[in-house]
Write a protein that binds this ligand. Structure first.
Ligand code: F6R
Length: 365
């Protein structure tokens, strides 16, 4: 049932504040502002490293998770798409644990990577939406994302719920390993707890602007997304979402890689969507944006209030989100990229919930 939404994808985008709140309540104690104990099957305290594997959007969630586990838990993370991971013959050791992220819990390559790690003697954690799935059944520890059924083929609420779970786990791992203080834990958890409310506000606030912008974006054939830090995986997710439902060619790049190749493509025919909250990397990303502007590129700037005030560049559009703690920015900045892809596809008249050539669950290799 789509309720009063035109598509399941739209419904699922708007469900995010509610489902994320539900997911978070499984991992954090809202009252004491602390993380709850992690399933003892994986002992984060004694781990030397983490191997993460997944496909598509779930892989991009894992890539954001890598930044968090490394920063907050000082845990080295090896991550790859499952179709490469399983064949890479990477050296693995029993003092690493392996995490598999999958909405459906049935993705063939992800399952094969899981079995490979299991045979190598690693403890297996599964971050899944479908709790009865094969990947969940074969894991030592299951971390449900509690997003509820996701019908739209393009993943939206599963992605942000995966992020919420990864953030909670990284904080809990940091606590277990003594790499964040009790005070830092409290601040991070407080920020996560505030997120559902801020997400609702943002969804309502930006909707008209995203719809109008989608109309302009639908005229282009190529789009480049740029981001730095955790906004880099988000840039790739933005590009994936746009291409899969609107069929517009899109690429996501690390902002710093612009001058190593993609800058050759910049002209007025390829809008550049820059995802840049006012974080530690903001000034660096703005200098990349200047390089785009200097070559006649059109910029769609997705930033926060501080970022909007700090940049004087002329843009095709500037989307301004509230200033928030760094840990919740990836979830919040997912909203404009989802809405932009959604409205562009609707405007172009594609089959949003069932894009051509795609399946919701990829059980073939
Ligand atoms: C993109 C999308 C896919 C899936 C990928 C993995 O919107 O939905 O890229 O993320 O096929 O699927 P799961 O998470 O079921 O393993």
């Amino acid at each position: 049932d789509k309720g009063n939404h035109r598509h399941f994808m739209e419904k699922e985008i708007y469900e995010q504040p509610e489902v994320i709140s539900h997911a978070l309540s499984h991992y954090i104690d809202f009252h004491n502002h602390s993380t709850k104990a992690i399933d003892a099957a994986i002992d984060f305290k004694s781990l030397r490293g983490l191997a993460i594997s997944a496909c598509g959007t779930a892989y991009l969630a894992g890539l954001v998770g890598k930044y968090w586990f490394e920063r907050y838990a000082r845990l080295p993370v090896e991550i790859d798409v499952a179709s490469e991971f399983r064949y890479r013959e990477m050296p693995l050791s029993k003092d690493q644990a392996a995490l598999f992220i999958s909405q459906s819990g049935e993705t063939a390559d992800t399952l094969a990577s899981l079995r490979y790690c299991h045979d190598e003697g690693l403890k297996i954690g599964a971050i899944v939406n479908v709790k009865e799935s094969t990947i969940a059944r074969e894991a030592d520890a299951v971390f449900p994302i509690l997003a509820g059924p996701e019908i739209g083929v393009a993943s939206t609420k599963a992605f942000t719920c995966q992020l919420a779970v990864l953030a909670s786990l990284a904080i809990a791992a940091g606590k277990a390993r003594g790499t964040i203080s009790a005070d830092e834990e409290k601040q991070l958890v407080k920020s996560l707890a505030e997120m559902p409310r801020i997400m609702s506000q943002v969804l309502n606030a930006i909707q008209p602007q995203m719809e109008a912008l989608a109309r302009d974006l639908s005229k282009f054939k190529d789009v480049l997304y740029l981001g730095r830090g955790t906004s880099y995986p988000l840039a790739m997710e933005g590009a994936l979402k746009l291409k899969e439902i609107s069929y517009i060619h899109a690429e996501g790049y690390a902002a710093g890689e612009l001058k190593h190749g993609p800058i050759a493509l910049i002209d007025e025919n390829m809008p550049v969507i820059v995802i840049a909250p006012h974080d530690r990397f903001f000034d660096k990303t703005v200098s990349n944006m200047q390089e785009v502007a200097a070559r006649g590129g059109r910029i769609i700037f997705i930033t926060d209030e501080k970022g909007a005030a700090a940049s004087k560049l002329e843009t095709m559009a500037t989307i301004v989100l509230p200033n928030v703690a760094e840990i919740i920015a990836p979830m919040l900045f997912s909203l404009p990229i989802q809405l932009l892809a959604y409205h562009t596809a609707v405007f172009m008249g594609t089959d949003v919930d069932q894009p051509r050539n795609l399946a919701k669950s990829v059980t073939v290799e």
